[in-house]
Unconditional design. Structure first.
Length: 173
């Protein structure tokens, strides 16, 4: 029992620790860059890069960012000094689009998927989340149909998608 433990402790001592490595930056005439540990081909210009990955919590401290004063505190300070301040406007850059015009809201979509129901405006991935992979698919022009066979809980179903992959309608057979 002692021999394997002693052997393991000796082998662990021989494992190299992670240290800085020399990395070569090889730049081609057309501007392409290649990084290598083994040097550069002759047709590329070679520069030595020092790749250092210091251990977390090393001896050097990292300076913290200086905190910004809250907007309310700035406004109160400016008013007390008799200065007029500009109001910062909130700008909405964009919203997430599901490709179906967001006709089904997030909470209604989740509720329908959990209940295994299909609503007009759901995407194909929503239908597959609710009902699983279709047993059969068919397509006519730009209209795709998912066909589900009857099981113990539900009768046979057909879900029809438009050219954008959004639910146009559903039918029970």
């Amino acid at each position: 029992m002692r021999l394997p433990a002693l052997l393991c402790s000796l082998l662990i001592a021989l494992v190299p620790t992670s240290e800085a490595a020399t990395v070569f930056r090889c730049t081609a005439a057309d501007g392409g860059v290649l990084f290598s540990q083994y040097g550069c081909p002759v047709e590329r210009r070679q520069e030595i890069q020092q790749a250092d990955n210091p251990t977390p919590g090393g001896s050097e401290s990292v300076p913290m960012a200086t905190p910004r004063a809250p907007a309310a505190a700035k406004a109160a300070s400016a008013r007390s000094k008799g200065k007029e301040i500009e109001q910062e406007a909130v700008v909405v850059v964009g919203e997430q689009q599901n490709g179906c015009g967001n006709r089904v809201t997030g909470s209604a979509r989740r509720k329908a998927i959990i209940e295994g129901r299909i609503r007009t405006g759901m995407t194909r991935s929503d239908v597959e989340s609710a009902l699983g992979r279709p047993d059969r698919t068919s397509q006519h022009n730009d209209t795709l149909r998912y066909h589900y066979e009857a099981d113990k809980k539900h009768g046979a179903r057909t879900v029809t998608f438009d050219e954008d992959g959004c639910v146009m309608g559903k039918a029970k057979r």
